[in-house]
Design a protein around this ligand. Structure first.
Ligand SMILES: Nc1nc2c(ncn2[C@@H]2O[C@H](COP(=O)(O)OP(=O)(O)OP(=O)(O)O)[C@@H](O)[C@H]2O)c(=O)[nH]1
Ligand SMILES: [Mg+2]
Length: 442
């Protein structure tokens, strides 16, 4: 299992995307949900619940949760004067370390609110970036997060660089892993360019690997879905391998590939796990993680995992569909509702009625996974059908690897085979001229 820093450790208590340097054992967070014009409290409930989980994953304590209605966004402070006064009082009397807004703040709004509250102020994007930075394991993911954070921080640090450098580290200056984030805005551009170059190099290596997979006709199946849906657990169970799974948001920020073997098929498949999606996933992250997300774009098949136990499956599905569109991933998709062990029969039946094409599994309990494997095989290799084909005798072993030979008849210089084989494998062997249709129709 991957080593993961324990967010409960003292030195893990700080949000990285900030320009302050406060050391506290447990960051007490005040969470602010925002209801915009034309939105209802119910609309925002799930988002706020998600924000609470994000804050916990980042290692802070969601101490107080407030919801504010914003009919007209104040360009200077986002929320109106009355709300500011209220939050300021709450923040001071409860010794709040960080105020976290469930929306995107402009750099100026963030700066202004920070001055008013006299504590750290972070928006949803900053919080998500922070979690990505805690969870990045591979070199590529670390560089991608650092790039996203640098792009995010650049306008936020304008004019603050000198002061920060003098403070010498801490929040906002710590990047993923051991990297120290550049805080001098004059130097950020150089760093951004360097990161982009390094990532291009890694992307090139990745392209070499993927073209060798393509040359060898090894199909790629990519698991996609909302964060915490159970993607890594599913990959682990399907391939009997190790993948880090945890009840955290964005537990996986790297892409992981494993070989998947399907009964009766000699050809392996590559199954890939990847970073989860969330509503309002920061565009800077999508940009920076493009090469990781390419795995979904290049896939021959997408396995879209949905948490069956979530309150809003439709919202999760729509979010995933819209991000897949953004990254131009348009392969066929199997929708898989996971965690059915957590829901009652009535809910399960309701989901089955609403999504008749979907599969319903519990990765944890190994329930429904064989059916899923069959469906993957069907999508990739087609259905099994019976046929009669002619081959050169030297090709018998090769053909036997792809299907079940029921009968062999020896003709003067060729063999006639009766065989059961999946459609797409038949097409492949025909196009490679390894076998041809038995024209006598026997
Ligand atoms: N009850 C139940 N829990 C599950 C099931 N599958 C996964 N989980 C749990 O759900 C949590 C998230 O699982 P992961 O596999 O890490 O989810 P993920 O989609 O990879 O999440 P991210 O990488 O964070 O996007 C873990 O605590 C798993 O143990 C399931 O079928 N049933
Ligand atoms: Mg995962």
């Amino acid at each position: 299992m991957n080593e993961r820093n324990n967010p409960n450790q003292v030195d893990r208590r700080l949000l990285t995307v900030s320009d302050r340097d406060i050391f506290v054992t447990v960051q007490r967070a005040l969470l602010v949900g925002i209801i915009l014009k034309n939105e209802t409290r119910a609309d925002k409930e799930e988002s706020l619940k998600e924000l609470t989980n994000l804050v916990k994953t980042a290692g802070s304590t969601p101490y107080i949760v407030q919801t504010k209605r914003v009919d007209k966004i104040d360009p200077k402070t986002f929320i109106g004067k009355g709300s500011i006064k209220e939050l300021e009082d709450i923040s001071k009397s409860n010794d709040i370390d960080v105020v976290i807004f469930d929306c995107e703040l402009t750099p100026n709004q963030q700066k202004e609110l920070r001055t008013i509250f006299q504590c750290d102020v972070v928006d949803r994007t900053g919080l998500i970036l922070d979690i990505f930075s805690l969870h990045a394991q591979s070199k590529e993911a670390s560089l991608q997060v650092e790039l996203a954070m640098s792009v995010y921080l650049k306008p936020r640090l304008a004019g603050l660089g000198k002061t920060l450098n003098q403070q010498g580290g801490g929040i906002g200056t710590r990047g993923p892993g051991e990297t120290k984030l550049e805080t001098d805005s004059r130097l950020i551009d150089n760093r951004i360019n360097k990161l982009k170059k390094e990532l291009k190099k890694i992307e090139k290596q990745r392209n070499v690997q993927s073209s060798s997979r393509e040359k060898n006709n090894i199909p790629l199946v990519s698991i996609v879905g909302y964060t915490n849906a159970g993607k890594s657990t599913l990959l682990k169970k399907l391939t009997n391998s190790d993948a880090y799974a945890a009840d955290e948001l964005f537990a996986t920020v790297d892409s992981l590939q494993r070989e998947l073997r399907i009964k009766d098929i000699q050809d392996p498949l590559i199954l890939s796990d990847t970073v989860g999606f969330i509503q309002n996933l920061p565009t800077t992250l999508i940009e920076s993680f493009k090469s990781t997300l390419m795995v979904a774009t290049k896939a021959d098949l997408l396995v879209h995992v949905v948490d069956a136990a979530t309150a809003l499956p439709e919202m999760h599905i729509n979010t995933v569909v819209s991000i897949l569109k953004q990254i131009d991933a348009k392969s066929n998709e199997i929708m898989v509702f996971n965690k059915i062990d957590k829901i009652d029969k009535a809910t399960l039946n309701q989901l089955k009625e609403s999504y008749p094409q979907a599969l319903f599994v519990s990765s944890l309990k190994n329930d429904g996974l064989d059916l899923l494997k069959d469906r993957i095989a069907e999508e990739i290799f087609g259905i099994v059908s019976l046929g009669s084909y002619q081959i050169n005798p030297s090709k018998l072993d090769t053909v036997a690897k792809f299907g079940k030979i029921l009968n062999v008849r020896n003709e003067s210089n060729y063999l006639v085979l009766e065989l059961e084989m999946r459609d797409k494998l038949v097409d492949r062997l025909l196009s490679l001229k390894i076998m041809e249709k038995n024209i006598n129709g026997e």
